[in-house]
Ligand binder design. Structure first.
Ligand code: COA
Length: 157
């Protein structure tokens, strides 16, 4: 378990982007999601692509953007294997939500595979509704789709 000393959540740089790709298994284990890591997100949506930076490197990151209809869409969120269960994922979401609200977002959305039960539990803990959507990613590709309203810090009834 890591100790939280001097950690800062800041916009991701291009160097950060390449660092998390190099260390991909530390964040995603055996799943290879490198092709979903798009440099364009960091270049064009820099204020909603954030890393948690500490003296021992990048402990987690969230890459997302705000859609024209006011949805803060989280494309990727991951915390490093030694940083899990410390509240970092929640902190990254809070920072993303604040940044998204500054850009006019009124709600949050994310998706994950139906097999990713950890992600589903994580999003439910953050107050998201989870909906199973058949064919979301094409024929036979069912996904879990998460929604919740902003602000993130107000508990849902
Ligand atoms: C999902 C992930 C980002 C969670 O990050 P984390 O830093 O461990 O999450 P936190 O410590 O902030 O936990 C926040 C809440 O979610 C819950 N939670 C997190 N992971 C969970 C899991 N695997 N199972 C059950 N609950 C979980 C925590 O218990 C906590 O609940 P609480 O605050 O009500 O006690 C992290 O496990 C991860 O990086 N997984 C691999 C990448 C991935 O699958 N990303 C999501 C798909 S886009």
């Amino acid at each position: 378990m890591i100790v939280d000393m001097g950690m800062h959540i800041t916009p991701a740089t291009t160097a950060d982007f390449h660092r998390v790709l190099t260390d991909h298994p530390r964040y995603w284990g055996e799943r290879d999601l490198r092709s979903l890591h798009l440099q364009a997100l960091v270049q064009e949506f820099g204020s909603t692509c954030l890393v948690a930076r500490a003296e021992d490197g990048i402990r987690g990151y969230v890459f997302g953007f705000v859609t024209p209809d006011g949805t803060g869409y989280v494309h990727l969120i991951a915390t490093r294997d030694d940083a899990r269960g410390t509240g970092l994922g929640r902190r990254l979401y809070a920072e993303f939500a604040a940044a998204a609200e500054r850009h006019g977002a009124r709600r949050l959305k994310a998706i994950t595979s139906v097999q990713n039960t950890g992600s589903i539990a994580f999003h439910r803990s953050l107050g998201f509704d989870a909906e199973i959507v058949d064919d979301y990613n094409g024929p036979g590709r069912t996904m879990a789709v998460f929604h919740r309203d902003l602000p993130l810090d107000v508990p849902r009834p």
